[in-house]
Write a protein that binds this ligand. Sequence first.
Ligand SMILES: CC(C)(COP(=O)(O)OP(=O)(O)OC[C@H]1O[C@@H](n2cnc3c(N)ncnc32)[C@H](O)[C@@H]1OP(=O)(O)O)[C@@H](O)C(=O)NCCC(=O)NCCS
Length: 185
Amino acid sequence: MSFRERRYKTPTDKDIKLRLLDWTDLNGITKFHGELYDSNYFDSPPNTTLEVRYVLRNLEARELAGGLSLVADHQKEIIAEATLETSIFGIPVQKHIGKIWLVVLPEWRRLGIGTELLTALEHFAIRNGIMTLWTHFERDCEIEEKFYCEKHKYVKTGLVKKALMRQNKPKDHLLVQKELPRGGI
Ligand SMILES: CC(C)(COP(=O)(O)OP(=O)(O)OC[C@H]1O[C@@H](n2cnc3c(N)ncnc32)[C@H](O)[C@@H]1OP(=O)(O)O)[C@@H](O)C(=O)NCCC(=O)NCCS
């Protein structure tokens, strides 16, 4: 899947590169996930076997099934990650619907990086005939609600009770989606 690497300068004057995830990112992704664990975003610390599977799964979703997996890097350190999946186990089961996931390291938030990555996913989706994007996040996560629903016009479509565990507690998740404009960019 084609994606043209691009640069983004933050309001704090830092140069960020938005690019495709690559196999050689295994160490960088492991470190990035470690930092997310330290910030309580993930419950488990990274483990090499799982990280290898994770990178493989994302590359497979991208190369075989029309998805996209991007990272934002600053001076070769991964500071954010964004994925768009249209497949399950590499099988493109939902050609016109894409599931997105996006996270930015805490110290890099509120600098427009999430918006840059989300816009890149949306443009890619539009160019590739995906009509709907959806995601989910914890019901009480005000920041994600503001980010998706207020800033980026995703619409709430449902609530899954006790969807996922975090910090040993079952968390309700809101489902949100956005219908994309048809016809390419
Ligand atoms: C949601 C997330 C991807 C946004 O990425 P980001 O790079 O910070 O986003 P942006 O800088 O592009 O912000 C875009 C908009 O999101 C909203 N937003 C982002 N951070 C916010 C904050 N701390 N408070 C309120 N609104 C916020 C605002 O609407 C903002 O627009 P504005 O700056 O014009 O007001 C990022 O905060 C993240 O990864 N969060 C993880 C959340 C998490 O920990 N979830 C689990 C437990 S709740």
